[in-house]
Design a protein around this ligand. Structure first.
Ligand SMILES: [Zn+2]
Length: 288
C-alpha cells in the first residue's frame, strides 16, 4: 500500500540520512526502482512529473500501475507516489487519482500568491492523508519546459511557507535540474544552513541530485536535507545501456529484438543507479 512521505522523511531527518525520490517514466522504470528498494530494505519515493504522467496515459494509469506492482511484486517497504513540480490544477488531479504525496511548485508566483495557493493545497492534501512539498526559490535548469535560474531561496520566505503546514520544503540552494555545467559554483551551504535555522525540524528537499559530488550530498544531508530527487541520472544510465546493446548488434541476434530483451540492460542500469544512490543517501536498511 502506498504511504505518504511524511513519516519516512521525519525518520530520515532524525536519523541523518535522506530518502531518494526517483522519477518514473514507464513500467520498466517503476519496476526497477521498486525491486531495488525492496532488495535494499529502503523507503522510496516515486516521482511523477506532469509531463511523465501525461506520457504514461494519465494519473489513473500511474496509480493503477504502481498499486499493481506493489501487490504483485510484494513490495513490503514504504513507498510514496509523489507528484513532482505540480501545478495548482495538477495537484488536485493527483489527490483525486490516488497519489500519496504532492509537490506544489508555486515558486514562479509572487510569494503572496504562493502562500495563498499552498495554504489551500495543504488543507486539500491533508484532508485525504497525503503529504505535501512546497518550493521556494526556483531550481535551475529545465523541467517540463520551465526554465529556472538556480537562485538561492530567501530563508524568511522559506519560513513563511514552512509555517503553512507543508510536510517538507524544497529550497533553492544553487542546485539545478539536468547535467551541471562545468562552471557550476556548487551548493550554497550558507543558504541551506540559514533556511534550516528558521525551519527547524522540517525536512528539506534537494532537487537536481544528478551530478552533485558525493561530499556535497553528504554535507547537505548533515545540514538537514532528508529527500533528494534523482531523475537525469537514471535516464542517462538507461540510454547508455540501451545504446551499448544496440551498437553491439544484440538486437539482431536471435530474438534480441524482443522488447523484454531490448529493454533489459536499461532496466538493470537503472537498478544499479538507484542502488548507488540509496547507499550514498544512507537509506539502505531503513525500511523497518
Ligand atoms: Zn525538481
Amino acid at each position: 500500500m502506498l504511504v505518504s512521505a511524511t513519516e519516512m522523511l521525519k525518520k530520515a531527518k532524525a536519523g541523518h540520512y535522506a530518502v531518494g525520490q526517483f522519477n518514473i517514466n514507464n513500467l520498466e522504470w517503476t519496476k526497477s526502482i521498486l525491486l531495488t528498494a525492496k532488495e535494499l530494505r529502503s523507503p522510496v519515493i516515486l516521482g511523477v512529473s506532469e509531463g511523465a504522467g501525461k506520457y504514461m496515459g494519465g494519473y489513473d494509469v500511474v496509480v493503477g500501475m504502481v498499486n499493481g506492482l506493489l501487490k504483485d511484486l510484494d513490495i513490503d517497504v514504504p513507498v510514496a507516489l509523489h507528484l513532482d513540480h505540480g501545478s495548482f490544477e495538477g495537484c488536485y488531479k493527483c489527490i483525486e487519482a490516488g497519489f500519496s504525496s504532492i509537490m506544489f511548485d508555486g515558486s514562479h508566483y509572487p510569494i503572496a500568491e504562493n502562500v495563498e495557493k499552498t495554504t489551500e493545497l495543504v488543507k486539500a492534501a491533508h484532508s485525504k492523508g497525503l503529504s505535501i512539498e512546497a518550493e521556494v526559490g526556483s531550481i535551475g535548469g529545465e523541467e517540463d519546459g520551465v526554465i529556472g535560474m538556480g537562485e538561492c531561496a530567501d530563508p524568511k520566505e522559506c519560513k513563511s511557507i514552512a509555517d503553512l503546514g507543508v510536510d517538507f520544503l524544497a529550497a533553492g540552494i544553487g542546485n539545478i535540474h539536468g547535467k551541471y555545467p562545468a562552471n557550476w559554483k556548487g551548493l550554497s551551504f550558507e543558504t541551506l544552513a540559514a533556511v534550516q535555522e528558521l525551519t527547524g525540524e522540517l525536512p528539506l528537499v534537494l532537487h537536481g541530485g544528478t551530478g552533485i559530488p558525493a561530499d556535497q550530498i553528504k554535507k547537505a544531508i548533515d545540514l538537514g536535507v532528508s529527500k533528494i530527487n534523482v531523475n537525469t541520472e537514471c535516464q542517462l544510465a538507461f540510454a547508455d545501456a540501451t545504446r551499448k546493446y544496440i551498437e553491439a548488434g544484440k538486437d539482431l541476434e536471435g530474438k534480441g529484438f524482443d522488447p523484454r530483451k531490448l529493454l533489459a540492460p536499461g532496466a538493470e542500469a537503472i537498478k544499479a543507479t538507484v542502488k548507488e544512490k540509496m547507499e550514498l543517501f544512507g537509506s539502505v536498511g531503513k525500511a523497518e
